[in-house]
Structures are given as structure tokens and as C-alpha cells.
Design a protein around this ligand. Structure first.
Ligand SMILES: [Zn+2]
Length: 322
């Protein structure tokens, strides 16, 4: 529920946000669930279903691209099954993500530090370890799961490890993702995903940006300095965009041609409210370049707003806890 609340807070206040993030658990009614599936299939805005394990049992939903586990399940088999909710459509790239509780990571890491062979023995802890942990609760981790997490911590291919653990056949099963030529490498084989030892990010990789939550982001007009900064960007944007248009006017006065009317002032006055593309479209409906350049302009506005927001939040960190 807290995850769903967090999700709802990422969107503008209003009933629409209840359609963008859906719930699926023992409390949701069959009618609500049916509506969820319908939205998920037909409404491009519905991107997230916050679900308990009940979701997906006996269903074949092909359009799931990401399965995110909050915490590890009890067994490796369950983990594989949960991630298997994504990627039923083999044409589509799909990812399985797992957030592992720090107590679990710590428990496995301590075993590794002690040189314990993390194998198939069960995760019951000897007494002396308990004493050493000084009352901090160490979670007992199932043996195979422990082995899987150890591979992650040691940066070994987790797909190969999983194949060994589950006894999956195939000549490539035990090879690393690179050697086996897996199209989407695991987090160990593409180590910049991997937290204990992040590698430099490959060129061209775009970091997904989480927008500041709609409720915590208090929109505020640009300061004088920000306005000048944004103005410079829009001027440069005009020059770049008119270069490709090559009309007589755009050649000698690119900015004046591009920002011919009141559009630029409108944008600068309302920048802080323009994070949604529809808002920009509505405001600039009469602008002659909206169809050609509206998308790029929207990206630029979002980028600038994110910069300005980041400055605000550096001073006043947002409260993220739902
Ligand atoms: Zn791998």
C-alpha cells in the first residue's frame, strides 16, 4: 500500500492517478482487478501494478516489461517465478529487478567474509555467529537463495549461477552472459547495474529520471536568474531548430522567426507548470512549430525544470516516505 501511495504521489492530484498506478492484492475486488487488467492493456498511462504474489497466477499477460521484487521471496524458485511475470512476449525486452533487504545482504556477506563456503547447506546459523551479531537480527536465508546472493555480491554471473542452482540444461547455461551471448546481460555481467562495485556507465546509456512527486513539488515561477538561464536555452534551441527549416526569414533572424509571437514569454511565465506535454500543447496551440518542435521543446522544458527543482531539493530534501 505504501508503494502504491508513493506511486500515486508521483502524479498530479486527481482521480486519473488512481488509474495510472493500480493495486492487486487479497483486498482488491474481482471487479477492480478486471478494470486493472483492462486499463493495463488499453490505457498507455497505466504502467504500474503494485501487486502481492497473488498477481499473475494463471494469467498470461504478455505486455509486462519489468517485474520488480521488493525484498526476496523465500526461495530461488519463487524469485524466478516472480520475475517470470515479465517478458512473456519474447519479442520484447524485459527486466527482473530485486531489491534485497540489507539484513539479508549483510548475513550473506558475513558468511563470505568468514570464508564460509556458500554452498547448498541450509542457512541456519551457528550459535557463535549469533553472539557476534550483537542482537542485530540476522535473517536466515535459504541455502540456494544464499548462493544466488553470494554470486551477486562476488560479481559472478547470476544467470549462470541460477542455471547451476536450478540444474538448467544447455551447453551455454553455465557461461557468463557475454560468453553465452545473452542479449540482455545480468547485473553482474553488466556491472554498472551492480551496487557493490559500480563500473563506469556505458556511453549512451540513459539514466531513468524519477520526476519529483507531484505533491511535494510546489510549482514556483522562475527566479530572475533562472528566467535568464532558460531564455538563453530557448534562444539556442530556436537557432538549432531553425537551421533545419531553412526559410528566408530563419536564415537571417532565427530566434525572431522561431519565437515570433508571445510564445516564449508564455513559456517563461508558466515554465513551472509545464511538466505535462498536454499542458504545453494547450498553451501553444496556435504556435506554428508545435507539430514539428513541440516534443523537443517539451523535453527541454522538463530538463530545465528538473535542474531548477534539483537546486530547490538540495536545500530542502523532499519527504519521500509515503
Ligand atoms: Zn551474467
Amino acid at each position: 500500500m505504501r508503494v502504491a501511495l508513493y506511486g500515486w504521489n508521483q502524479h498530479e492530484i486527481g482521480p486519473a492517478r488512481l488509474e495510472k498506478v493500480r493495486l492487486w492484492n487479497s483486498m482488491t475486488s474481482p471487479t477492480y482487478n478486471e478494470r486493472t487488467l483492462d486499463l493495463f492493456h488499453h490505457n498507455p498511462e497505466t504502467r504500474v501494478i503494485v501487486a502481492s504474489v497473488a498477481f499473475g497466477l494463471g494469467m498470461n499477460i504478455r505486455i509486462i516489461t519489468d517485474s520488480i521484487n521488493l525484498g526476496i521471496p523465500d526461495t530461488v524458485e519463487a524469485l524466478v517465478q516472480q520475475n517470470g511475470r515479465a517478458g512473456r512476449d519474447l519479442e520484447m525486452d524485459a527486466h527482473g529487478w530485486t531489491y534485497i533487504e540489507s539484513a539479508v545482504v549483510l548475513s550473506v556477506q558475513e558468511d563470505l567474509d568468514e570464508g564460509a563456503v556458500v554452498g547448498f547447506e541450509d542457512g541456519v546459523l551457528p550459535k557463535k555467529k549469533k553472539a557476534r551479531s550483537k542482537g542485530r537480527s540476522r535473517r536466515v536465508v535459504e541455502a540456494k537463495m544464499k548462493r544466488f546472493i553470494a554470486a551477486h555480491l562476488q560479481g559472478r554471473c547470476i544467470v549462470a549461477e541460477l542455471n547451476v542452482i536450478l540444474g538448467n540444461p544447455g551447453v551455454d547455461a553455465r557461461l557468463s552472459c557475454e560468453a553465452a551471448g545473452r542479449r540482455l546481460p545480468c547485473s553482474s555481467c553488466q556491472p554498472f547495474w551492480n551496487n557493490p562495485a559500480p563500473a563506469p556507465m556505458p556511453q549512451g546509456y540513459v539514466v531513468p529520471v524519477t520526476p519529483p512527486s507531484a505533491s511535494s513539488r510546489t510549482p514556483r515561477p522562475l527566479t530572475k536568474k533562472q528566467r535568464a538561464h532558460a531564455h538563453a536555452h530557448f534562444t539556442y534551441f530556436a537557432e538549432k531548430r531553425t537551421l533545419v527549416k531553412d526559410t528566408a526569414r530563419s536564415r537571417y533572424a532565427p530566434t525572431a522567426e522561431f519565437w515570433a509571437g508571445t510564445e516564449l514569454d508564455l513559456i517563461l511565465d508558466n515554465m513551472h507548470l509545464l511538466n505535462v506535454k498536454e499542458g504545453l500543447n494547450a498553451m501553444l496551440s496556435k504556435w506554428q512549430y508545435l507539430a514539428d518542435d513541440g516534443n523537443m521543446l517539451h523535453l527541454l522544458i522538463n530538463g530545465l525544470n528538473a535542474q531548477y527543482d534539483a537546486l530547490i531539493y538540495k536545500r530542502r530534501p523532499p519527504k519521500l516516505d509515503g
